[in-house]
Ligand binder design. Structure first.
Ligand code: MNH
Length: 509
């Protein structure tokens, strides 16, 4: 279904802090049976895994439920019909709350954390969207390829030394270098370091802190998290300094090759002639460096985990790469889009573990959710994407199984809209979707072509949370592929779909 982005999102009050005020019929929504006075639904909850705790509650309580923590009550939604109703942009919009709101001190009114009514959202969206067009993407491709080659150089060395590779660590290096070089012409030198770049350490620090803020009563946060808060302030200062230096370097060099940073600094809005303020540019650079790599690295890591665990799927994907790429040393932009099966592997990984695992929606008017749950304007709920993606009504009784064929064209067409939402929905959906998918498909193609993946038989998937998801401690052994497999018959690639008018939206929601 096509979605338009031209309409300015409606200005709204900040939204109710507590579901009790915004959901007049809260009694229709189940909650965990054993509530602790004052603390709420904290039995069996683990501070480090709030999302996975919510998945557990979801399985017990059904498609809509509530959880109370420290006096505040939140509504969670994951049933397919409820999520589809909340995707209606004429009645609902993005809600900036919880984890996202906690990032405001670092990302301010940057694209991801801006309130719908803040003028800088539309301005930045319009100025930056062309940076994600098909042409722009084709322009980033050679740089993405050269970063991917740094990864394979590194993996070749690990293989020669007989060491297992650190998948999340190396995917994070890869995706950080990709966004920083394609977007900002900046080299963090990640692959030349033994430890993560301090920028990554500070970024992970602020993400974890933002998540922790949700797990303490807000009036007490300054007290309980005093040391962590001071640490967080230092992290933010470091992020700001790094970004200011990058901007300064660009201004002195007199401009790059038309990348995201050039757009942020030079481009004026086509209608209003406005441009981003220096303060806003700083917010956007941080936003893009963080949003542009953390989730993609998680997705690549989960995909590699599943490929290693399913040799028959890896073999099929590899056969496709051999067939589509042949002997080309450097696959071109178009050759990546033709890897349909590899892309399905990625989609299926994003189904089971959407690495940005929740997004919040608020009512833009008094309304009724699926005609059952009255909501006041400003009332909101958190959409639990991993549960939406496992709803047996949509995905069948084997929803927990990894099966990329769920994303073949026919299967996709036969599913209801709004059942697969790893990139969020509507005007505030992910601007970097095509960027992430292109980068990840390219990298999976290169890795499949070069290596066999051997899992550690003792490894059990454990998922760490820092707002985003990551397979914890995933290591894989590599073997160099010996003889290139004889080209196996694979499905003839379908025509590459023509790009919708808006490079960001109007895709396959
Ligand atoms: Mn991304 C918004 C998921 C890659 C930049 N992204 C979102 C949202 C989700 C999301 C979900 C909506 C959040 C909300 O409604 O509150 N993003 C992903 C995933 C990947 C991803 C799962 C990779 C896989 N995102 C990227 C990349 C970039 C990027 C790559 C940049 C290069 N994302 C953004 C920005 C927004 C966003 C910017 C905010 C867009 C807006 O509100 O206008």
């Amino acid at each position: 279904m096509a979605e338009t982005t031209t309409a300015t999102p409606t200005a709204l009050p900040k939204g109710f802090r507590d579901a009790e005020q915004g959901w007049p019929h809260l009694d229709r929504i189940p909650h965990p049976p054993r509530r602790v006075p004052l603390l709420g639904d904290v039995l069996g909850a683990d501070r480090r895994t709030p999302l996975q705790d919510s998945l557990r509650f979801a399985r017990q309580l059904g498609p809509i439920f509530r959880r109370k923590a420290f006096g505040k009550e939140f509504v969670f939604v994951w049933g397919a019909d409820l999520v589809a109703d909340m995707a209606d942009e004429s009645r609902f919009a993005k809600h900036v709350g919880l984890g996202v709101a906690n990032l405001r001190p670092v990302a301010g009114d940057g694209l991801f954390t801006a309130y719908n009514h803040e003028p800088n959202w539309q301005l930045a969206h319009d100025v930056l969207a062309p940076g994600f067009s098909r042409e722009a993407m084709a322009g980033y491709h050679p740089m993405m390829l050269s970063v991917a080659e740094r990864l394979t150089d590194h993996w070749d060395r690990e293989l020669a030394a007989g060491r297992a590779v650190d998948v999340p660590g190396d995917m994070t290096k890869l995706t950080l270098e990709t966004i920083s070089r394609t977007g900002f012409g900046h080299d963090f030198g990640s692959f030349e370091r033994d430890r993560p770049h301090p920028f990554v350490t500070s970024m992970v620090g602020t993400l974890s802190y933002a998540q922790r803020l949700n797990s303490v009563p807000s009036p007490l946060a300054p007290l309980l998290l005093r040391t962590a808060t001071r640490r967080n302030e230092a992290d933010i200062a470091y992020l700001n300094r790094t970004v200011d230096d990058m901007v300064q370097a660009r201004r002195e060099s007199g401009g790059g090759d038309g990348d995201l940073l050039d757009r942020m600094l030079d481009t004026t809005h086509p209608d209003t002639g406005e441009r981003l303020s220096p303060e806003n540019v700083r917010r956007q650079v941080i936003t893009f460096l963080v949003a542009g790599h953390e989730t993609t690295s998680g997705s690549l890591s989960f995909a590699l985990h599943y490929l290693a665990r399913h040799p028959e799927i890896a073999a099929r994907a590899r056969a496709e790469v051999d067939q589509v790429w042949g002997d080309t040393r450097t696959p071109g932009y178009e050759q990546v889009a033709k890897l349909r099966y590899v892309r399905r592997v990625l989609d299926e990984s994003l189904r089971l573990w959407p690495t940005a695992p929740a997004y919040a929606r608020e009512a833009t008017q008094d309304t009724e959710l699926t005609r059952v749950h009255p909501m006041r304007r400003g009332a909101w709920a958190l959409i639990l994407t991993p549960m939406l993606h496992r709803d047996p009504e949509v995905w069948g009784v084997d929803a927990e199984e990894f099966d990329p064929d769920r994303f073949d064209a026919k299967a996709v067409r036969s599913r209801a809209p709004h059942t697969f939402k790893p990139f969020g929905t509507g005007a505030r959906a992910c601007i970097g979707r095509q960027f992430a998918l292109h980068e990840a498909t390219l990298v999976l193609g290169l890795l499949l072509r070069r290596y066999e993946l051997r899992p550690d038989p003792a490894y059990r998937l454990r998922v760490t949370e820092r707002l985003t998801l990551m397979p914890q401690g995933l290591r894989l052994h590599l073997d160099r592929r010996t003889a290139p497999a004889a080209p196996a018959p694979v499905a003839v690639p379908e025509e590459v779909r023509s790009e919708p008018r808006c490079p960001v939206h109007g895709t396959d929601d």
